[in-house]
Design a protein around this ligand. Structure first.
Ligand SMILES: NC(=O)c1ccc[n+]([C@@H]2O[C@H](COP(=O)([O-])OP(=O)(O)OC[C@H]3O[C@@H](n4cnc5c(N)ncnc54)[C@H](OP(=O)(O)O)[C@@H]3O)[C@@H](O)[C@H]2O)c1
Length: 323
């Protein structure tokens, strides 16, 4: 089999395509033929070994895990002797974030428990864009509770990996969405369905006295006090944290400030690869409420170029890799 691997932490140049022995499923395991995968910020973090504190778990000097890639869509090829829930030919998908990574390959061996069945009406190249970043968006919107029709929703940092899912989910629920990101991405934000697209380099919507019913903060650039100021009475704020200090501030103090001032503020306890989330995402993909954008498609041999494009911040949608 062929797989994209890395032997050390570093920029995308550390990646190479290796030819490895064909995987054989052990007890409780399944081998999946990868139809497609896509890149997320988590993949770049995994590659770079950041934040550095995470290396306590992933390998202090060198990464313990050489495999790369979390978003998986494919077909079961072989199952371990005791696996009864899946059989060869089943369509499956997963976020392999806590199941060993390794989706950037033509085959991957994973625990059967990590896989969710993928409905026939969701194409592999659509499914592969969604498990990791789509679940993050779903969980942070769940934290703020249902978006009601007509509510003003601010998605701050809307043009990256998670933001487009949050914009489309909020629109599907009837929200009036203001999407904020770099000026180069404004046409992309409008294509996603945002009612208003704002360039953060020109206009600071969290400072200007505007009020929102829901704030999904993916850019994570503001203090708790600034975030509170842009909430309407009864408003809800959720942080998709990028910085540990900011996460501590919002997750610990947010609920206190919220309770004292009549709003809801905080962050969420992220749980990757939940079957219920993937089933809900499959429903949204089937119904067309979610239409993930693919910016570029790559083969396995082009993984370095794909990661460089992700790292550049220039992508307008997901970067899909088909082995
Ligand atoms: N429980 C949790 O909170 C939790 C759990 C798991 C993961 N995470 C985090 O979730 C994040 C994933 O987000 P992502 O993948 O969507 O990141 P991303 O792809 O980097 O997107 C972030 C976007 O925000 C934009 N941005 C930068 N500065 C901004 C500003 N001042 N105002 C508005 N937008 C700005 C960026 O634009 P530019 O290109 O111009 O910089 C980029 O388009 C990761 O950082 C990960 O660590 C959080």
């Amino acid at each position: 089999m062929r797989a994209v691997v890395r032997d050390r932490y570093g920029t995308p140049g550390v990646l190479r395509v290796a030819t490895l022995d064909a995987p054989v499923p052990g007890p409780g395991e399944v081998v999946v033929g990868v139809a497609a995968t896509s890149l997320n910020m988590a993949d770049l973090d995994h590659l770079l070994g950041r934040p550095r504190v995470a290396r306590v778990a992933t390998g202090l000097v060198r990464p313990v895990n050489r495999s790369v890639g979390v978003d998986l869509a494919g077909t079961v090829e072989a199952v371990g002797a005791d696996v009864t829930t899946l059989r060869p030919g089943d369509r499956v998908w997963a976020d392999l974030f806590d199941s060993g990574h390794g989706a950037l390959a033509d085959r991957v061996r994973v625990p059967a428990s990590a896989l969710t069945r993928l409905p026939d009406d969701v194409p592999f190249d659509v499914a592969a864009t969604t498990p990791h970043s789509g679940s993050l968006a779903l969980q942070c919107l769940r934290y703020v509770g249902p978006v009601r029709p007509g509510e003003r929703v601010l998605v701050n940092g809307a043009g990256g990996c998670v933001g487009p899912f949050a914009v489309q989910m909020a629109k599907a629920r009837g929200g009036v969405v203001t999407a904020v990101d770099h000026g180069d991405k404004l046409p992309f934000l409008r294509e996603l369905g945002a009612d208003e697209a704002v360039d953060y380099t020109r206009d600071d919507v969290m400072q200007g006295g505007r009020r929102f019913d829901v704030v999904v903060d993916i850019a994570d650039t503001r203090s708790l006090v600034a975030a509170r100021r842009c909430l309407a009475p009864g408003g809800r704020y959720v942080l998709v944290a990028r910085r540990i200090g900011s996460f501590a501030e919002k997750a610990l103090l947010g609920p206190v400030v919220g309770a004292l001032t009549g709003v809801r503020m905080g962050s969420f306890a992220w749980r990757p690869n939940q079957r219920a989330d993937l089933d809900e995402l499959a429903g949204l993909l089937s119904s067309g409420a979610l239409r993930p954008r693919v910016d570029r498609r790559y083969g396995l041999d082009e993984a370095v170029a794909a990661f460089r494009h992700l790292a550049s911040g220039a992508a307008r949608g997901k970067l899909l890799i088909t082995p």
